[in-house]
Design a protein around this ligand. Structure first.
Ligand code: GA4
Length: 321
């Protein structure tokens, strides 16, 4: 791991979607086709929910490592430190992962923070409910932009009581904290979270004002996304790529650690119920049998995805030859 030593130059072409404007649906479709990524402004997620959860997360990550480890291991839920997944990926990051739809025990986090577990549950629920509502609005605008009826084809999967959605908080400490760094490294980027696509339908990210997030453009260039603590960033996930028969591409992204500031991001990953068939919508296929993908359920895809390494192309196993 090495330091990001170059001055970061930011990309100013990230599509900007103003949720208060009625013409946004076509812009969202274009953004999903071109980048698989866009930025949301004028959302109605209350700043109060964001700040409350962010301050609890800061308190948690500031606790001694020995305490934080009591909320681990992340298998997959709980506290994780540097290890990402179970197949040998590591990054300069610590995280918390919780399930949003099934009962989750916040006791471990609460005892470390010295608060009532119900306070933490309420802070997560308030934030996640507001972000989930925004995700559903976006997915409905997408369906309208694609002329799909009914417009809740995607959003109903997140609204389903069995929706397999997760919520993650990532903390990237400043890389000056790295011990034993030497000058022998020629590679100039310290990887916070290695390149990957998200397996779910949609991911909604909010971070503090520290840079680090990069996305891969179609032309093969990595670009740095300017951080904005007042906005949300949206990623197309692998499942949405399949449901649109490849019209939308799940975006490859990664996070580079910052040399001076710590980065805190909170991400909601909207997924379908485990039993849901993930297949292209009929209206997005040319002919009945023109699906680019084999038939599979979210359970099958997730199981297979969790066996892969971060940078792997997880969808390739499900593409028709
Ligand atoms: C990426 C999106 C979510 O953070 C996550 C990640 C999961 C993990 O950290 O355990 C995965 C990764 C993510 C993709 C492939 C597999 C699984 C690590 C990994 C190597 C929680 C998810 O659902 O998939």
């Amino acid at each position: 791991m090495v330091i990001l030593s170059k001055q970061t130059s930011f990309f100013n072409g990230v599509p900007l979607i103003d949720l208060s404007k009625p013409d946004s649906k076509n812009l969202i479709v274009n953004a999903c086709e071109e980048f698989g990524f866009f930025k949301i402004i004028n959302h109605d997620v209350p700043m109060e929910f964001i700040s409350k959860l962010e301050s609890e997360a800061i308190k948690f990550f500031s606790s001694p490592l020995s305490e934080k480890l009591k909320a681990g291991p992340a298998d997959p839920f709980g506290y994780g430190n540097k290890q990402i997944g179970t197949n040998g990926d590591f990054g300069w990051v610590e995280h918390i992962l919780v399930s949003t739809n099934s009962e989750f025990n916040y006791q471990k986090f609460a005892s470390i923070l010295g608060v009532n577990p119900e306070n933490i549950r309420a802070a997560v629920n308030d934030y996640v409910s507001a972000v989930k509502k925004m995700s559903c609005d976006i997915l409905e605008m997408l369906a309208e932009g694609l002329n799909i009826h009914p417009k809740n084809v995607f959003s109903k999967l997140l609204m389903d009581e069995n929706s397999d959605s997760v919520f993650r908080v990532n903390h990237y400490p400043p890389c000056s904290e790295i011990e034993g760094l030497n000058d022998n490294n020629n590679n100039n980027d310290l990887i916070g979270f290695g390149e990957h696509t998200d397996p779910q339908i949609i991911s909604i990210l909010r971070s503090n004002n520290t840079s680090g997030l990069q996305i891969l453009l179609k032309d093969g260039h990595w670009i740095s996304v300017p951080p904005d603590e007042h906005s949300f960033f949206v990623n197309v996930g692998d499942s949405l790529q399949v449901m649109t028969n490849g019209r939308f591409k799940s975006v490859k992204h990664r996070v580079l650690a910052n040399s001076v500031k710590s980065r805190l991001s909170m991400i909601y990953f909207g997924g379908p119920p485990l039993s849901e068939k993930i297949a292209p919508l009929a209206s997005l296929m040319e002919g009945e049998d023109s699906s680019l993908y084999k038939e599979f359920t979210w359970f099958e895809y997730k199981k297979s995805a969790y066996k892969t390494r971060l940078a792997d192309n997880r969808l390739i196993l499900f593409e028709k030859i």
